[in-house]
Write a protein that binds this ligand. Sequence first.
Ligand code: AHR
Length: 532
Amino acid sequence: MNRRNFLLSGLALPLLAPRSGLCASGRIDILPDEPIGKIAPTIYGHFTEHIGGVIYDGVWVGEKSKVPNVGGIRKALVDKLRQIQAPVIRWPGGCFADSYDWRDGVGPRDKRPTRTNFWANTPYLWKGPNGPQKYEPNAFGTNEFAHFCQLAGAQPYMAGDLRSLPARDFYQWIAYCNSPAGSTSLAKLRAEGGSAQPFDVHYWGVGNESWGCGGNFTGDEYAVEFRRYTTWVPRYGLDLHFVASGPNGNDYSWTESFFRKVTEKGPRELGNIFGLALHYYCGGPNNGLADKFSVDQWYSQLADAVVMEDLVHNHWRIMGQTDKKHEVKLVVDEWGSWHKTDPSIAPNYLFGYYPSLRDALVSGLTLDIFNRNADKIAMANDAQLINNINALFIGVEDKFIVTPNFYVFDMYKAHQGATSLRTVISGPILEQKSARGLAALAGSASLRGKRCTLTVTNADAQNPQQIEIAIRGRQVTGAKATVLTSKDIHAHNTLDQPTGIEPVRNQNVSIASPLTYSFAPASVTRLDLDLA
Ligand code: AHR
């Protein structure tokens, strides 16, 4: 183990010799006098696309299904979303959004058209049997999505179609969702679908990945489209939050050109942009499969995950060249580990696999990055909610399980709406080549009243980390730990073994001074610290 100090948040603190008899391998200093900002609850958002098994049958099982449902929506999913306080759900895509005509998904369900799904061409899906994943039946449309959000207690975030529909359709979709009861023909159509009252959708994505499947635009071209689609929309007294399609990972030229072009008529345009969407997935063939990977691939995947921090900082800096007051925030509306499809999951479930403990660490690392950048990030959406990529749930017919990612969201929900605090973590750097200089420990802390929540990942696959924790100027009067870990770094849950990995909750932690805690190898930990 390399014992060089590392500095997580830029504050140069030397690694202090431990004052207790225990041999501490590092320190965590939480600085209550240095608030970063309020952690927007929407940082803990989700994403549901018409792709693979996400909508059919992850979310929508139909009213006549034997699977317990509320108006056709899988009840177990709704219950779990309530548990993690899901704040916002993005829909209907993803790439699907830019081929979707919202009118196909409204009106009587038995009269809705069947269309070819955007993803049907994907060889893996194409080879599979026909079904709603290939041929979209439109049984789940706008009213069903709004109902799903209401049941889950989440706000809807809808992505408009910029590639294949004119701006008029975008305006009319907004009118369908938000015009007052009885006011317009579209409000009446909405009422015929069971919802007289408007849905009051605030968050609107203006296309998706407009550099690729959303139109193959340049940043300049997209900026012109963005202005045209968003400037004269019907607002119905709502503060609409438009999210502009942002860069693919580290495509900094997109961010630079979009901001330059969108403001060429004046900086006022910035007031019309709530956020710039950033997408970043980590993984790929070099890092193995979801449940089969080497120790080197464990480290490589985690090292890929923390690239997110550079992406956030670099795009933010470029945005600031035009947007001097940083009116526009970042919206990371697709993120997560992305591995190869697991053929043991139903064949139509494109990009479906069982996320493991490794993916839970990716989720913890990423959410901690978002917390530490609470001043920059207004929303984020894990991709995707169920049966796909970085899923929190796997649901196939009447079987439904939670994945390790779910437990991370459950543990981290305590951060929602709390004040992010500057936190300095000093400890060892992992020496494995594939870790590429990754720090063993990373984390974030937030404060709400007299409760400080500290979340920490220990990326070291073998060694615990004995750490002194101090909250500057404050005394800890009680501490509890919730820990997600396993002796097996590949641990995961499956439909047949749903409890392969679960957190150990609310363990008592000694508050003897100095507060010292041993973070288990390969773990995600939440410490609940009560302050005097
Ligand atoms: O989440 C799967 C796909 O990844 C989305 O449809 C697209 O936006 C991204 O490329």
